[in-house]
Design a protein around this ligand. Structure first.
Ligand SMILES: Cc1ncc(COP(=O)(O)O)c(C=O)c1O
Length: 457
């Protein structure tokens, strides 16, 4: 069957507001052309992020009611620990309130001045936590991972030769851990192959360096391995996910993605001594080791989410739906980062708005165009987010790509919503000459994309 169906029924609905073109124009201007400043209520289809935006199942909600709120040793903790242990085989499982809390603890222990921490691509909170510790974060994704049109099936792979070269250059004693992000969010949600994880593992073992996964989207990565890696087609996704974890010494997880919850995180490791120190930090800032900054009900929802996310009917629908969105945009002539990754489609905004130079933020112009035309909220990943002014020359420096990300929340929108997004994007594309560049009229000292004010040029 070609039709993509959601493998669930809808039991509870939340209305979304239809607005007129005139209303959206007013809202956009009131938000100074920055969609982070638009109230979510005024958004029809919200594709800002897939993080913390999942719909929970009836079993997860039932678990929320069953949550045991005892301070220490709650029943919900033992349930959560068992599910995570069965999934990952890790000896030490620390609950945290979200991914970056796990990162903060890990890098406070392993980071520090003079240390160098490689990854395929560090996610921005990971990089920020590493740099906050005084260490250097280095991205070593394969060359194809930086080419939007390359159809390499595993563009998230870490380049083993570059890893060897880095270790040779700085010395293994300065590399306290190697990270691999699965899927590679900052690189377009592209997966990492098992072969690549094995190669990275072998290098880490040779040099005595621990390997940690940033496993926020481990299930989507495992499913893409099943679909794309030779010899993996007949394996259950759960087995593939387990092999990914078996190759690692630990992991940080933001459960707001493949944990299918709205808040939660996990820090996993095998090393007893490291775990003892991590538990001490956990108690200092998150909470006691059996709840770590969460309520018992959150642990129940996470435990159930980590089971449901490995359902292959769910993964088939999810990944196929994202791929379908990408295919239809490509068919209409809209260039995207190819092939479609796990959780989002990234539109090449520089190609979409070829009449708008990077200095006038083509990605932001497209984001505004999608909202104005159809009430869709996307996010710019280009010169607004990563552009900067060179302190020596005073000139603007632009990132290599001007992208707009359409991130798909899990189990929230139906296929007809996806069809609506395609129709809207194609219509905006057909009238792309009307999109106008923007200039920044006010910006904060850091992370300007959240609060900067723009005007049309
Ligand atoms: C790959 C990756 N790692 C870490 C994080 C941080 O997780 P959190 O937002 O839960 O702190 C994210 C969040 O988007 C992510 O995509």
């Amino acid at each position: 069957m070609k039709t993509i169906i959601e493998p669930f029924k809808i039991k509870m609905v939340e209305p979304i507001k239809l607005t007129t073109l005139e209303e959206r124009e007013t809202i956009l201007r009131r938000a100074h052309f920055n969609v982070f400043q638009i109230p979510a209520e005024d958004v029809l289809i919200d594709l800002l992020t897939d993080s913390g935006t999942s719909a929970m199942s009836s079993e997860q909600w039932a678990g929320m009611l069953r949550g045991d709120e005892a301070y220490a040793g709650a029943r919900s903790w033992y349930h959560f620990e068992k599910v995570l242990h069965d999934l990952t085989g890790m000896a030490h499982i620390l609950p945290t309130h979200q991914g970056r809390a796990s990162e903060r603890i890990l890098f406070e222990l392993l980071g520090g001045q003079g240390k160098v921490i490689p990854s395929n691509n560090h996610f921005d909170t990971t990089r920020a936590n590493i740099e906050h510790s005084g260490a250097e974060a280095v991205d070593l994704v394969i060359h194809e991972g930086t080419q939007p049109r390359s159809r390499h099936p595993f563009k998230g792979n870490l380049d083993p030769r570059q890893l060897e070269a880095l270790i040779a250059r700085v010395g293994a004693e300065r590399v306290p851990v190697c990270m691999v992000t699965v899927t590679n969010n900052s690189g377009g949600g592209q997966p990492v192959s098992l072969a690549n994880l094995r190669a990275v593992r072998a290098i880490c073992t040779k040099h005595g360096i621990p390997l940690f996964l940033d496993a926020a989207r481990f299930a989507e990565n495992a499913y893409l391995i099943k679909k794309r890696e030779p010899g993996q087609q007949d394996r259950p996704v759960r087995d593939i996910a387990r092999e990914m974890f078996d190759l690692a010494d630990g992991a940080t997880i933001s459960a707001k993605k493949d944990g299918l919850v709205n808040i939660g995180g996990v820090l996993l490791m095998r090393d007893d001594r490291l775990a003892e120190r991590a538990n001490n930090l956990l108690i200092l800032t998150e909470g006691f080791v059996t709840y770590g900054g969460l309520a018992g009900r959150d642990l129940e929802a996470m435990a159930q989410g980590f089971i449901e996310v490995l359902d292959e009917d769910y993964l088939q629908y999810r990944l196929r739906s994202v791929e379908y969105l990408g295919e239809h945009l490509l068919q209409a002539g809209i260039q995207i980062v190819e092939p479609p990754g796990g959780h989002a489609i990234y539109i090449d905004a520089a190609a979409f708005c070829s009449h708008i130079p990077p200095a006038q933020f083509p990605g932001q112009a497209l984001v505004c165009g999608l909202y104005r035309h159809a009430g869709i909220r996307a996010v710019e990943i280009g010169s607004v987010m990563f552009g900067r002014v060179d302190p020596d020359t005073g000139e603007s420096v632009h990132p290599p790509m001007e992208l707009v990300r359409l991130a798909i929340p899990r189990r929230v929108y139906t296929q007809s919503h996806i069809d609506y997004v395609i129709e809207a994007a194609v219509e905006v594309f057909q009238q792309r000459d009307r999109l106008r560049g923007l200039k920044i009229v006010e910006e904060p000292a850091a992370l300007r994309h959240f609060t900067a004010k723009f005007a049309e040029v």
